[in-house]
Design a protein around this ligand. Structure first.
Ligand code: ADP
Ligand code: MG
Ligand code: MG
Length: 919
């Protein structure tokens, strides 16, 4: 996600100029622009860009992300030259605004807003109405002749400052607010008059004094410094760090601080505040989308304090401002060539823009929007490819409910359809419970009154998120869409009793652990466990649905066909059986990068034969068992070759240690003991005893480093012989049927060229014999997997024998780090927390270490054999960041699991495009 190279470049650029830490915007001109997100953060860059475009943006200035890093380096102290620069910009803002911070006659009020390069919804803090104190509030009242407004602003300020800067829990303030409301019989906050709000302010000040032992700070310059530092501190709060960990955003990029003149949506009924999107972020539909509140400020819309109105209503109540908003946002979308998520405030019918950024969207919406924008000629296909996160395609493949079954179950309530997809699971009421249950392998649905940023870890592991309050832009909605989690929000009939561990809805009670299901596209909620069914795209691919009946399938295909035009890397799939190969082909794989033959051994009725092979005491006995396996393997290979329709198929000879095909020692011991106790002497018991003996014989201290891979083929060449014969016979048969096949026989775990030479001789001898017997010649290749570090280092020698390489990055990672894949879970989390590792190296390639071995392998291999074909078949073949690396390393293809093939196609195109433009 993060591109360090551009960050480094723009930092350098900044250093080249005399150091500048603060960037002004206002009066139609800004010192920054959209390209400066590293330095100004997304929000600051957007405010600058909108200012330059002549849009109505309140003036202000941005303190750069560099200052955030300085703040941490110097343990919270900001050097005086930066303070001076801030003061100079504040003076400039005061001149432009014609108001002065702290002035009792004409006070300037500002917001202090966080904003990093990547938007992190609700993770950090913002303070509004800063500059108010006991005197200034009276000044504000006099100037506006609106005492209610002045005190509404002041109480908001004390609460936000108290919470964010002084770290007083929100509830302490809310408690007082509710008390005043109750005393006056007010339902809504707007029903409180000046007098009531004065009382709220007094109570809030007491809360501050009680909690901190000091009065509320009255000096606006002190307020400003404290607020700035609190924003910097919020960068490192636990929820922000957790968010960055999930999304792979480095801690080092820091946040900017925006100080901006306030405009007021809370001056009365001709004022409002709102948020919106230029297109529907859930479905992608081209419709103006959003919500607003009359006589409100900032966060009110998303905080669920009052229920906001749909933005279309704005046209009725303030037509001029509405029209202007539509014109501006349409322009912004054209300018940025992407859906915009914007914030605005209307003060006495005058519109102000407060933020614009690329809108987060569901995977479904991402594909719809990208293809629509090409059809509208807003962007080119090449730009469309870059607009879609490859992981979005994965969301499109997620299952839905069987519509018939879904229809049969009554709907108990409905909420707002915030993020599409079918969710079914056991109810949990807290994020921690979600994490706990999920770690026990349970599928959970997180049900909350509303979610808060602290819930993010629980949302991440849930099947879906269901809330009782909040609108389409609430936290649960925004984060749900971004994570691709089905979400239904604002299901107001839900009564959630967290303490009792139950929810009640329309006469039903659902306890923690009971099943609930909902549809994120319609908002329907049902009390049941409902089986899901394949996504529309999979239905088309399996032939159950005509392509012409599925709009989303057609868009998916269109987008991927554009991607195919721009990618350089070939895309193959890891598939072991014919049906997987068929699916992979349908997803667009053109070749199998890894066919694991041993998976065929687990097929029906095969295990006893395999076990007989393993138990054999003599070679003759072993050959007998292998003869029985031969026709079965031949059929599988025939099917896989056929599914690939002439594209290359890489088949790996047997790899895992043999004990994997035998029962567990403990199980055998128990069974034998039981049979003995029951007096069941006889052949079966004898067999079990022999099996146990062999299991004990095969026991290894470290199977991953044991008798496996090429070592098996060398000690039992008859296995390699049988597999070669099965492969070549299947190929000959297809060749006779007029179907082209290119088998690539791959020897695993080679670290020394002589290992490969030994096995290659076996393969070639048997292939020749087989072709002679069949009377057909087929072309085949013999190559190896590079997955032992020694293999990468001696790649030049190995390439003397190997006709192709495939990097087995799973084992290569395991052996390079010396981490067992199966045990890494015990310490990886701590490694990540301590920043020893940023990412799980088994999920995304370790570029510096494992990647260096890949580069060495490619370079040395090709030095010996310039036309050496090189691919990768580890899990990393389906990971976008790793694909980016493989593009740079000059591999010929990546191989991913069938479901990841679409992701890999798109990621490969993005990698090719970005490598070309040098980003
Ligand atoms: P977030 O990143 O959490 O959205 P923001 O900094 O965008 O936080 O601000 C929170 C809310 O306050 C937004 O609704 C925004 O529009 C509003 N806001 C921020 N600055 C101002 C301002 N100068 N005048 C009026 N409203 C503002
Ligand atoms: Mg915002
Ligand atoms: Mg391996």
């Amino acid at each position: 996600m993060a591109k360090r190279t551009t960050a480094a470049r723009s930092r350098k650029k900044a250093r080249g100029r005399a150091r500048k830490y603060v960037y002004f915007f206002g009066g139609g001109k800004a010192e920054g622009d959209r390209t400066m997100r590293d330095l100004l953060g997304g929000k600051g860059a957007g405010l600058a860009e909108m200012t330059n475009a002549g849009l109505p943006v309140p003036p202000g200035f941005t303190i750069t992300t560099e200052v955030c890093n300085i703040y941490y380096e110097r343990k919270g102290r900001i050097p005086p030259e930066i303070d001076k620069e801030i003061a100079a910009n504040l003076a400039r803002l005061e001149r432009m605004a014609g108001a002065t911070l702290g002035s009792p006659e004409n006070p300037l009020l500002v917001s202090v807003r966080s904003g990093a390069k990547f938007s992190m919804p609700g993770m950090m803090d913002t303070i509004l109405n800063l500059g108010l104190n006991d005197e200034a509030v009276e000044g504000l009242k006099r100037r506006t002749s609106n005492g209610r407004f002045a005190f509404d602003s002041y109480r908001r300020f004390i609460q936000m400052f108290g919470n964010v800067v002084l770290e007083i829990p929100k509830e302490s303030f809310e408690h007082e607010f509710e008390a005043v409301k109750a005393a006056r019989g007010a339902k809504q906050d707007t029903e409180l008059d000046e007098h009531a709000l004065r009382e709220v302010v007094e109570r809030y000040k007491e809360v501050v004094e009680r909690r901190t032992g000091r009065p509320f700070p009255q000096d606006p310059h002190v307020q400003l410094t404290m607020a700035r530092d609190a924003v910097f501190r919020s960068w490192m709060n636990p929820r922000a760090r957790e968010y960055r960990r999930i999304y792979g955003i480095p801690d080092t990029i820091g946040t900017a601080v925006n100080v901006q003149m306030m405009v007021f949506g809370n001056t009365g009924d001709r004022s409002a505040t709102g948020v919106g999107f230029t297109r529907n972020p859930a479905t992608g539909k081209k419709e103006f989308y959003g919500e607003f509140l009359i006589n409100a400020q900032g966060e009110d819309v998303v905080a669920g304090i009052r229920t906001p109105q749909p933005i279309q209503e704005l046209e009725r109540v303030m037509p001029a401002a509405y029209r202007q908003l539509r014109t501006i946002t349409t322009r912004l979308e054209k300018h940025y060539k992407d859906v915009q998520d914007f914030e605005f405030t209307i003060q006495d019918e005058r519109l102000y823009m407060l933020q614009t950024r690329s809108g987060k969207r569901t995977g479904y919406a991402a594909v719809v929007i990208a293809t629509d924008m090409v059809a509208e000629r807003l962007i080119s296909p090449k730009e469309a490819i870059q607009l879609v996160d490859p992981e979005a395609l994965n969301q499109l493949l997620a299952p839905g409910f069987d519509p018939d079954e879904w229809k049969r179950i009554p709907t108990v309530t409905r909420g707002l359809p915030a993020s599409p997809g079918a969710a079914s699971g056991q109810v949990v009421f807290s994020a921690d419970a979600a994490v706990q249950w999920a770690s026990e392998g349970k599928q959970v649905v997180l049900v909350r009154r509303e979610t808060v940023p602290d819930d993010i870890h629980g949302m991440f592991v849930s099947q879906g998120i269901l809330t009782a309050t909040g609108g389409m832009t609430s936290h649960a909605a925004v984060v749900g869409r971004q994570m691709g989690k089905p979400s239904v929000v604002g299901a107001g009939e839900l009564e959630i009793d967290e303490a009792a561990g139950e929810l009640r809805v329309n006469g039903h009670t659902v306890k923690e652990g009971e099943f609930i299901s909902f549809d994120g596209l319609t908002g329907e909620v049902k009390i049941a466990r409902v089986a899901s069914r394949p996504s529309e795209i999979l239905q088309v691919l399996s032939g159950a649905l005509e392509p012409s009946q599925s709009d989303i399938y057609q868009r998916f295909e269109r987008l991927l066909s554009w991607a195919d035009k721009y990618r350089r890397l070939g895309i193959r799939a890891n598939a072991d059986l014919p049906d997987q190969a068929e699916l992979a082909y349908a997803f667009g794989a053109r070749g199998i990068g890894l066919c694991r033959t041993e998976h065929m051994f687990f097929g029906e009725g095969r295990i006893p034969i395999v076990q007989r092979m393993i138990l054999a005491e003599t070679e003759a006995e072993r050959r007998q068992a292998l003869d029985e396996l031969l026709p079965l393997q031949r059929e599988d290979f025939y099917g896989v070759f056929k599914a690939m329709r002439g594209s290359p198929v890489t088949i790996r000879t047997i790899d895992p240690p043999l004990h994997e095909f035998l029962p567990k020692r403990e199980e055998l011991l128990v069974e034998i003991a039981r049979m003995e106790a029951l007096g069941q002497e006889g052949e079966e018991l004898e067999r079990k005893r022999r099996l146990l003996g062999r299991v004990e014989q095969l026991h290894e201290f470290n199977p991953m480093l044991g008798h496996r891979g090429v070592r098996l083929g060398i000690t039992y060449p008859e296995i390699t012989e049988m597999q070669t014969r099965a492969i070549i016979e299947a190929a000959c048969r297809l060749s006779r049927e007029g179907v082209k096949v290119v088998p690539e026989i791959m020897i695993p775990l080679v670290g020394e060229v002589k290992e490969l030479r030994d096995q290659k001789a076996v393969v070639q001898r048997v292939a020749e014999e087989t072709m002679a017997a069949q009377g057909v010649r087929v072309k085949y290749l013999v190559g190896t997997m590079i997955e032992v570090p020694r293999g990468a280092v001696t790649a030049n020698e190995i390439a003397g024998e190997a006709e192709f390489f495939s990097f087995g990055t799973n084992d290569l990672t395991q052996l390079t780090f010396g981490f067992s894949r199966d045990d890494v879970g015990k310490f990886l989390r701590v490694y990540q927390e301590k920043k020893i590792l940023e990412k799980d190296p088994f999920a995304s390639i370790d570029v510096e270490g494992v990647g260096a071995l890949v580069r060495i392998g490619v370079e040395r291999g090709r030095s010996a054999r310039p036309d050496l074909k090189v691919g990768v078949c580890g899990e990393h073949g389906g990971d976008p960041a790793s694909i980016h690396f493989f593009e740079q390393a000059g591999l010929d293809y990546v191989s991913a699991s069938p479901y990841r093939v679409p992701v890999a196609r798109l990621a490969a195109a993005q990698a090719a495009l970005s490598v070309k433009v040098g980003d």
